[in-house]
Design a protein around this ligand. Structure first.
Ligand code: ATP
Length: 425
């Protein structure tokens, strides 16, 4: 099988790493890829939003399956573009991808299908949004409807903050078209976890729970990032609750999409907050999370190419998906300054040494190969991932791995996994 993976992050390195282990896979291409994927297949310099470029490449190179890592190409309709040329694709179509591409769409689908979520209203007019703020209680959350790279959500404790967020999004249009419409919802309190599932349009197979760390600073302080680390399983969502959670937050959405003649094929990701009134869905993503993908695929004991093919062909019920009983953790090494401005071009060393630590795999994210060296080229540079008998052992191994890696101006959180350890105590 010839596979094209679209994307360039740690998630795509993990996808390439796992797919390269499959006896079904003959050749891997990654567009545009990174320093890590270059060692597992061929990097192709086509960006993830270049739909004609990706489609032409897939056609010309007899690609059997395209695996789409990030949300943007899914929302733009890459699946449909590929389908015109008869190329199968792992990921939902543009209609179903609105679950991530439009918060108003996702919230409406949740309401219609009975998924627990914060009460909300949708506004297309800044004046109406301001009136609503004057009338409602605080705190609240103001969300830009469209994709805003994780920056389009403002949790507001006062009316002033909420009015400012509305002004930024709807009047100053700092997120462009993504902020023309906003969702305003109640602020929830609780701990967050991620729950992902493979879907073939009808059959659902959930993955073990996981937990991301979005804030840049230790103790969940500072601005939000793409994610500074993740582990699986998340003690807050134990295996005995997976079936209940699938019925609560995944099955209603898959049924809804099937009823709309847009069956959901791919990975459906529910971001859940565990509140005192039970679990509430904050958001859906329509692909693997980054960095949740790294610990999840490290734990996956089955053939990913086989699972993805079965999803595309509507045969997921035939597949037995097994997971390692161990815990996996991924600690992100970033360039200091991320998520704001950060340096690039630093040489990275110590990959092989880090992987001498038992259970450790280093996934690359913002890196590029140059003359046999690996250079930092993005904010999140690496994801040092470790398996261990339990969370404490996995955490110890990941940080031992990190000690062996060097690049100037590196930054990482030292408390990834601590929340889970506290809960287990
Ligand atoms: P990303 O794409 O980075 O995952 P996003 O832009 O799609 O994020 P959400 O996931 O909806 O946005 O929200 C981002 C974060 O904001 C959540 O992880 C959560 O911490 C916080 N948040 C969102 N909705 C609420 C809410 N109703 N109450 C409290 N916090 C919230």
């Amino acid at each position: 099988m010839r596979i094209l993976i679209v994307g360039s992050g740690g998630r795509e390195h993990a996808l390439a790493w796992k797919l390269s282990q499959s006896p079904l896979v003959d050749k891997l291409y990654i567009a545009p890829g990174n320093g890590g994927t270059a060692a597992l297949g061929e990097n192709i310099p086509i960006h993830d939003d270049d739909l004609p470029g990706l489609t032409t490449f897939a056609k010309d190179n007899a690609i059997d399956m395209v695996v789409i890592g990030p949300e943007l190409p899914l929302v733009l309709g890459l699946k449909e573009a590929l389908a015109h040329s008869g190329i199968p694709c792992f990921g939902p179509n543009a209609f179903a991808a609105q679950l991530e591409g439009s918060k108003a769409f996702a919230k409406t689908v949740m309401r219609e299908s009975g998924v627990p979520t914060a009460p909300f209203r949708v506004f297309d007019d800044a004046k109406d949004a301001r009136l609503h703020i004057a009338e409602r209680s605080m705190p609240c959350v103001v969300k830009a409807d469209g994709l805003a790279a994780g920056k389009g959500v403002v949790v507001c404790s006062s009316r002033e903050e909420a009015l400012e967020a509305i002004d930024e999004m709807m009047v100053k249009q700092v997120f462009g078209k993504a902020g023309e419409r906003v969702v305003i919802e109640d602020a929830l309190r609780g701990e967050e976890a991620s729950f992902l599932a493979f879907c073939d349009g009808k059959t659902i197979v959930c993955m073990p729970s996981s937990q991301d760390h979005k804030a840049v600073g230790e103790g969940d302080t500072g601005p939000n990032t793409g994610g500074m680390g993740a582990y699986s399983p998340a003690p807050i969502l134990p295996p005995e609750d997976y079936e209940m959670m699938t019925d609560l937050v995944i099955r209603p959405i898959v049924r809804h999409m099937a009823a709309k003649d847009n069956p959901f094929v791919g990975v459906l990701y529910a971001g859940i907050m565990f509140t005192e009134n039970g679990p509430q869905v904050l958001e859906y993503n329509v692909r693997f999370g980054d960095p949740e993908c790294q610990p999840l695929l490290t734990r996956l004991d089955s053939d990913l190419a086989e699972i993805m093919t079965a999803c595309i062909e509507g045969r997921l019920h035939e597949i037995d998906i097994r997971w390692k009983a161990e815990t996996a953790i991924c600690v992100v090494m970033a360039a200091d300054g991320y998520p704001r401005s950060y340096p690039k071009g630093m040489e990275i060393s110590g990959f092989a040494e880090a992987e001498t630590v038992e259970g450790v795999t280093v996934f690359q994210a913002g890196t590029r190969p140059e003359d046999g060296r690996i250079l930092a080229s993005g904010g999140r540079v690496l994801g040092v991932t470790a398996l261990g008998a339990d969370l404490a052992q996995a955490q110890k191994r990941a940080y031992e791995g990190i000690e062996k890696i060097h690049f100037d101006k590196s930054y990482f959180r030292r408390d990834i996994g601590d929340k889970g350890l506290r809960r287990m105590k």
